[in-house]
Design a protein around this ligand. Structure first.
Ligand SMILES: NC(=O)c1ccc[n+]([C@@H]2O[C@H](COP(=O)([O-])OP(=O)(O)OC[C@H]3O[C@@H](n4cnc5c(N)ncnc54)[C@H](O)[C@@H]3O)[C@@H](O)[C@H]2O)c1
Length: 327
């Protein structure tokens, strides 16, 4: 038990929803390294990939169920087969999907967490770490955005994530559940989906350059983001497990801002691409600025951040290696 009376990661049975995805699969690796007894993954492989779990599955202490966490029966059979103490909820459908199927992007974000909260209310597991997103804040009303910043979602993806946060907070108030919220800002790193319309800016640009397709910039590219290396996020989530009070949320972010235009230029330089960049119209609902406050997390854990240049270099090297196999 931690000082919070929460089961420790070491020796626990842990469920990770969306664990074959980008952040989830790194989390699975770290949980296993921390000595989790068993890590069970439920992922419908919407954007996730079994290959992301290759190392984890080889340990013999991880299991993957290709199933839908929006269906409570799918979660229920997992709970009858496995002794689960802790749940990390990473399942989501990518932000870009909300421009294609706004209603489902919203409902996935809401239904998965409601299923989990109902299971927790019935005593099926002890503690829930729910993954929120900086997108719930919308464009900054004040800067840097701390945890008290108003929630102003500008997409149905973010609206679903904001609703999920409210669900977690209200279940804690109503039923005294041990649940809390971690709120990462933009993550980058190996294993982030690079395929098609749902891919984020770093992977899609790497994919385009490696396939001889011109990279794209939407609008002026002046919108800025706070990019954090996925290993730093997962390291923070593991440390927060021991100290995070129930019902609270915490930003996981850096102190750095980079504009999308500068980011594209940095990727091109790193990949030795000297061609043009195609200008596309600005995307509706693009949040202009995400300048985060990480004061709270700094006060809670020993917080170490990888310099962006190094993280980006490692990430692009991974894409070069991985995408080359498919080109
Ligand atoms: N990547 C980021 O920059 C970022 C930033 C802030 C917050 N987050 C949050 O972190 C969490 C993980 O994000 P990610 O970047 O790893 O995304 P991801 O798309 O790589 O992973 C999400 C996983 O959920 C799975 N999934 C989708 N619907 C499902 C369902 N109904 N049942 C089971 N599995 C389902 C997908 O197949 C995928 O593997 C999410 O909650 C996301 O909102 C991510």
């Amino acid at each position: 038990m931690t000082t919070l009376n929460r089961p420790r990661i070491q020796g626990s049975g842990i469920l990770v929803t969306g664990g074959a995805g980008f952040i989830g699969s790194h989390l699975v690796d770290h949980l296993l390294q921390e000595g989790a007894r068993e890590v069970v993954v439920i992922d419908n492989l919407f954007t996730g990939d079994e290959e992301n779990l290759e190392a984890a599955l080889k340990t013999g202490r991880a299991v993957l169920y290709r199933d839908d966490a929006e269906l409570n029966t799918s979660l229920e059979y997992i709970f009858t087969k496995h002794q689960i103490d802790l749940v990390f909820n990473c399942a989501t459908k990518a932000l870009n999907y909300s421009f294609l199927n706004p209603a489902n992007a919203f409902s996935t974000n809401v239904n998965v967490v409601l299923n989990l909260l109902e299971l927790q209310r019935r005593g099926s597991f002890k503690a829930l770490c729910h993954f929120s997103t900086s997108e719930v804040y919308g464009s900054a009303v004040y800067e840097p955005m701390d945890e008290a910043h108003p929630k102003n979602p500008t997409t149905t993806y973010a609206a679903g994530k904001a609703a999920a946060d409210h669900a977690v907070e209200s279940y804690v108030k109503m039923f005294d559940l041990d649940a809390y919220i971690v709120r990462p800002f933009n993550n980058y790193g190996p294993r982030q989906n690079y395929k098609g319309y749902l891919a984020g800016i770093i992977p899609i640009t790497a994919w385009r350059i490696l396939n001889g397709i011109t990279p794209e910039l939407h609008g002026e590219g002046l919108q800025s983001r706070d990019f954090i290396y996925v290993h730093d996020t997962v390291d923070a989530v593991i440390k927060l497990h021991g100290v995070m009070p129930k019902g609270e949320s915490v930003n996981i972010s850096t102190d750095n801002q980079i504009s999308i235009r500068d980011l594209l230029q940095q990727i091109c330089a790193e990949m030795d691409y000297r061609g043009e960049i195609v200008r596309k119209p600005e995307r509706k609902s693009d949040v202009l600025c995400h300048n985060a406050s990480n004061e709270k997390i700094q006060g809670m854990i020993e917080y170490s951040l990888t310099p962006f240049d190094r993280g980006l270099r490692e990430t692009l090297a991974w894409y070069q290696q991985t995408i080359k196999r498919t080109v």
